[in-house]
Design a protein around this ligand. Sequence first.
Ligand code: SAM
Length: 247
Amino acid sequence: MEFYDRFVDVYDNLVSFNNRVKREANFYDSLFKKCNVKTVLDCACGTGHHIMMFKQLGYDVKGSDLSPAMITKARTNLKERNLDAPLKISDFKELNKNFDERFDAVICVGNSLPHLLSDEDLTLALTEMNAVLNENGILILEQRNYDKLLKDKKRFFPVSFRENEVFFYVLDFLPSEIIFNIINVNTSDQTFQTYTTTYNALKMDKLKELLYNSGFQIIDLYADYEFNKFNIETSDRPIIFCNKSKK
Ligand SMILES: C[S@@+](CC[C@H](N)C(=O)[O-])C[C@H]1O[C@@H](n2cnc3c(N)ncnc32)[C@H](O)[C@@H]1O
């Protein structure tokens, strides 16, 4: 997708992956051990940091992403750390066509699923995630809490401050979508770049219905990587832990 083909150059500066991995590794490892997960597909792998984390934890992991530029960057990131994992360009609406094997876990994190703007596309993507899972497979989704965003209608978010570089978001609220304008200021040469993408303002009740219709049941909803329970009023980013509904 065009947005990420351009945004890829700054994505790893925006997201502090070292902190993220420190925060998230134990969560995934204990959940995966509990569910007997050995094989993992990260179906919106971006620049590959979860792939590297899972490799280092000893999982058999593959990655896919719609953006060729993100996949190229993920390959470079893995190579720089002497790691290797199969990565391919794939829309998560076409996983079943692009993968022959079945996985014990699929993850779709970093607010990736709400890039799809229609119920049809969301159902198709979730159905494809279901199709590439083993019978006892699990799905982990992580995204923004759109119920809270829509209630608060807060428009300005500072995201990260680094030496010479600041990122902040300005949000535009449409009836069922939110436009994220990402502003990246280079404070040393006093220039800035803007990046704009639109997300489906996907509320939790709608997501639950779509998951159910795509063959999933929700096992737990977490507020963070410490296994605290999700609170729709206060949590920023739900982590949705599902498995396949039993037929
Ligand atoms: C915000 S990034 C998150 C990347 C990574 N999961 C993370 O947590 O850092 C969203 C990713 O979703 C990918 N994406 C968007 N739509 C997609 C689709 N239809 N199929 C597969 N990947 C998609 C983008 O290319 C991008 O890499």
